[in-house]
Design a protein around this ligand. Structure first.
Ligand code: AMP
Ligand code: ZN
Length: 114
């Protein structure tokens, strides 16, 4: 989608610290990390929010969680624990309107989130 930051990162037009990619998803380090490990996992397809996911995205969402688990292993946070977060729209603090999943680890997290 024209003008979308994460579409540009997925397409390579804007550089990011990419740690994983395949035909469906791209993962890269968050530019403003909130934990020692803070990766974003995005679908290559432009989907504005997780509320816009459709039946056709069922496989894609499963794939994203499998990739998250593999990256957690790879980055050494799987054993101690980690968090996967998807902020949906303004009240949750979504700032980039291309659906994405944060993979956070390497520190203790509080609950409930602020
Ligand atoms: P959210 O607030 O859930 O929409 O998350 C958007 C995330 O994207 C934030 O954590 C930002 O730090 C991150 N971000 C914004 N621009 C970039 C960029 N160019 N490269 C990597 N991460 C980015
Ligand atoms: Zn996009």
């Amino acid at each position: 989608m024209e003008g979308c930051l994460f579409c540009k990162i997925a397409g390579g037009a804007i550089k990011a610290d990419v740690v994983y990619q395949d035909d469906r998803v791209v993962s890269f380090r968050d530019i403003n990390p909130q934990a020692p490990v803070h990766l974003l996992i995005i679908p290559r397809e432009h989907i504005s929010t997780i509320s816009d996911l459709q039946e056709q995205h069922r496989e894609l969402v499963g794939h994203i969680f499998l990739v998250a688990g593999k990256l957690a292993d790879q980055f050494g946070i799987a054993r101690e624990g980690y968090r996967v977060v998807a902020n949906c729209r303004e009240a949750a603090g979504q700032t980039v309107f291309h659906a994405h999943f944060h993979l956070l680890g390497g520190r203790q997290f509080g609950w409930p989130p602020g």
